[in-house]
Structures are given as structure tokens and as C-alpha cells.
Design a protein around this ligand. Sequence first.
Ligand code: TNX
Length: 565
Amino acid sequence: MALAAGVFLMQGCAEAEDIPLNNTSLIPAPFYLTGKSGAPFTLEQSTLITYSDASLKNVAGLLSADLRRETGLLLEVAASPSASKSKSIHLQIQPNVKGLETLPLPLGLSAKDGNPADERYKLAISDKKVEITSTSPEGVYRGVSSLRQLVNGSPKEGNAYKITSQEINDGPKFAWRGISFDVSRCFFDVNEVKQMIDMLALYKMNVLHWHLTDNQGWRVEIKKYPELTKTGAHMPNGNRKGGYYTQEQYNEIVQYAADRFITVVPEIDMPGHTAAVFASYPELKNAVNLKNIKFNIPGQALGALDANDEKTMAFVEDVLTELADMTPGSYLHIGGDETFGLPEDKFIAFIDKVRPMVHKLGKKMVGWQETSRAAISNGDVIQHWIYMDNEKMAENSEGLTSMLPPEIIKLLMETFAEAAHDVERAISKNARIVMSPQSFVYLDQRYKEPSADPAQQAEQDRLGLAAYPKVTVEGLMQWDPMTFNPLIKEENMVGVECAIWCETIENFSDLQFLVLPKLSGVAEKAWSADGTTDWSEYRVRLGAQSPMWRTFGWNYFKSSSVDWK
Ligand code: TNX
């Protein structure tokens, strides 16, 4: 596929000159990027931020606040129908935006309400003004993220930033661009979750799939079941502190995300991964009877909610009801992964009972790919995650055996063998697919190449699951969501989602180490038109990200394959 983005620099009357993408600090790569003749825009203390429409007031405020953090400049914000004053950054909504009509509409579904929003935007920069134009506030906000990256990548003269004159016409490849964020294995407080949302926003991602429950902890207040947060939120879990979000805090986070046009998809992982539920309510029936198997992973346990137990199913319905009430987005994620030891018919019976509950609450269902084995259909979404290079896994077999007892490895292998049919099954049932192929988007894979900073060796050895083969930052870019699974056609797709699982993570800095710089790469796959990546230019754009991460105090793996700025 040809590269959609190209940079043309007009030099006086000379012919337009093609400049490679590595001349910009933008990730994800924009669709069209055209250099303009003329002097750069000077961003300085007197620069004003204006907006054309009341619906943009919030976006303008966010831009000002972000630039303040990133540059120290405090730019004034004012309503104004047009870019009145020169040297302003003007945000505007227009019914038709010239230059954007030729951009393709996004593939997939939006987590907000199913229908992809118009996130296309135009960012025009000249020496006189900066204009960000879209048909929607959402689109303008995506343009704001681009502007922030450009400012941060621009040369500074005194207290002023010189931003090259250029025009960007851009829009996403996929409507659903997310991360699955495990707050069960390690609890992160409200402020940390907000920072995760900041990371997503910076890279134009728009789904926070919030993995709220697992064996190691139940993290959301459910008023009808207080033991979940009294007991379930404080499971023994290494040295880690427990914790949970009150419903008020949950709402606060949903709003913080919504302000950045990010939709929260909450997950209650069921029927397996429910040790925290059984610890809280031992009277609920466990349909798995393999309790003697010992794990080498803190808090790991076998167990599954029993679809034949009325009390259990009433519990599930009550939990989903409170959760749906707090969740403005269209989707509830019901988990459904790795129910080791649960007979297949019992698993299917469980999903077949929960799915109508979700629908009755006016929501759509997302489940991990194993849920394709139940009676799912049109409107349901599965998340395709089981995707490992078996050869590489075999090479790393001690990694697996060091973590799991042989009985579990056997169950794991059975699950994975059956998983080979899940995608086909989902498609035949008209369900759609979030693409989360483990070997490319599981951010808890350990780094292979050395860090440029030898002091990071200890983190590198400690963080990430030993069961996975190690990966390089470059290697993670070598996949194309459009072609990695020939069964998954455009019409089956929902979007791209990565995952950060936190078994080895003990605090937010650990998490950042595994997430950065991998997250930018996922965003590139989810947003940019070209699914293939030219590493030699991508690594330059990646190197340009680190000053912002340092500004925010975010830890990152200083891969020796990248020239960090
Ligand atoms: C599999 S991905 C899991 C998680 C683990 C993860 C580790 C999925 C649906 N289940 O419970 O944390 O592997 O990478």
C-alpha cells in the first residue's frame, strides 16, 4: 500500500518537494501533510485561543491547559466567530470542510453509540494564524492533539515556539481505538486513571476498556453488594495495596474521558477470573472443582460463576444494572476469557444468560473471543486476543512452566486449540471483532533490545510476563490490522485495542514503562491509513515524543533502537 501521507514543501517558486514523514513529530501519521511556503507561526504568550462555537469552549480550555503544562505559556481563551486577531489559534466547526471530503470514512464501530463520529479535521498553520476545523467538536479535539505534538516538536526561541507552516487533512482509519486497562491486578487511583486517559488522548485513542474485576481485586462500588468492595477490593496481592472506585469516582472518570472524546467500556470479567467475587460472597456457587491446583502467580485461582445457580445469576444481573446506569457508552464488556476447568456447556450456558441481560439494559455486549462459542449474533462484539507465534512460545517454554503448573498448561493449550476457531465462528454469527492480537498489542510483553540507559535493566528484567517471548519495539510495528487475519474483512472489523495486564506491575511508573513507547505504535496502527510501518522513519517520530513524556513525568523504556530527543 502506498503511503497516504506525504510532506510537500514549497520553496519560493521551486517545485513542491516531497519530504519524508520523519520531518514531523506527529504520531499517528496524518493522512495528508503538506508543507507551505512562508514563515513559521510563532506561538508565544500573546497568542490567543479563539473558538467559533459554544460547543468548542471546553476543547479550547483543554488546549490552553495542556499547552500551559507543556510550554509554560498561559494562552488566553475567547469566543469569537472567526479568527479576528492575527496570531491566534482558532478552533471552528463548519458543515463542510474543504479538503476533508476525499478522506475515507472510518472502518468499524464507535464505542459511544455504534456510529462512528466524524473525527476528521483540518489543521492549517501559516505565519499569521493556526486554524483547526472540523464538522464536530470531536474532530477539532483530535486536531488539538496534533497541534500539541507539533508545538512540542518545534524549535524554541526564548519563550516562543516556531511552528512550520503546513496543512494537515487527517482522519482515523478505525472508529474504535482503545486500550484494555487492568486495574484489578494492580489498583490505580483516580489521578492515575486520568493520566492513562491523558496518554490515550495525546495519541487520538478513544476507548478506555476498563478491566475492573479479576481474581486479584474487585474495583468498582456496587451498592447492592458492599462485600465486593469491603473484601473483594482487598484481596491478598503481593505487596500491593487494594482499592476501588466509588460510584462518584467512576462517574468523574467517565466524564474526564468524555471531555476528551474517549468512551469508557467497563468490564466485569465473568464467569472465570472471579476469585474476588467468591471471597466476598462465598455462598455463590463455583462451577469449577479444581481448587487444589497451586499457581505461581499471586492471587491466581480457578473458579467460575455457575449459570445454574439462581442467586449467582441474580447477582450478575444486579451488578450489570448498576454498572449500566453509570455508563453512558453503548457497550458493556462481560469478559468470558480463560474459564479453565469449566466444562464448555456450562460456559456457553452462562454467556447465553448474561447476553440478554446486557441487551435488556439497553447495552451491547463485548466479550473476549471465547464468547463466540455461545449464541452471539448481529450487534455483539468479540475481542480477538489469542494470537501467539507458537514457535516463539515453544522457544520460551520455560517461561510458561516457571509460572504455571502442568495441569493448567494442559487446560491452557486446550483453550488455545479451540480458540483457533473463534474468529470464524464469530463471523459466521454476524458478530464483529475488536482486533487485539496478543503478540502485537499485549503491552505486558517484555522488551528484548537493551535500553539506552543501563539503569533500566532492573525494570526490564522485572516487568512483563515471563511466559511471553520478548519483543522489540520495532517488531511490534510489523503487523497490519487489515491483513493479519485474512478471515477478518473490513465489514467484520470494529477497531484496534491493546491491553496492559498488570500481574508484574506494582505501581504507575511500572505501568508507564511497559506502555511507553508501545502505546504510540498501537495508536499508529489504529489511526493511520497505512497499516505497514517504515521503521526508519517511524523511529524518528517516536524519538520526538520523549520530551512530552518527561514533561508529564511519565516513565518510558528508552529503547536503544530509537534516538530519543
Ligand atoms: C490473558 S487476555 C488474560 C489475562 C492475563 C493476560 C496476560 C485475557 C482476556 N486474559 O487475564 O492478564 O493474559 O497477558
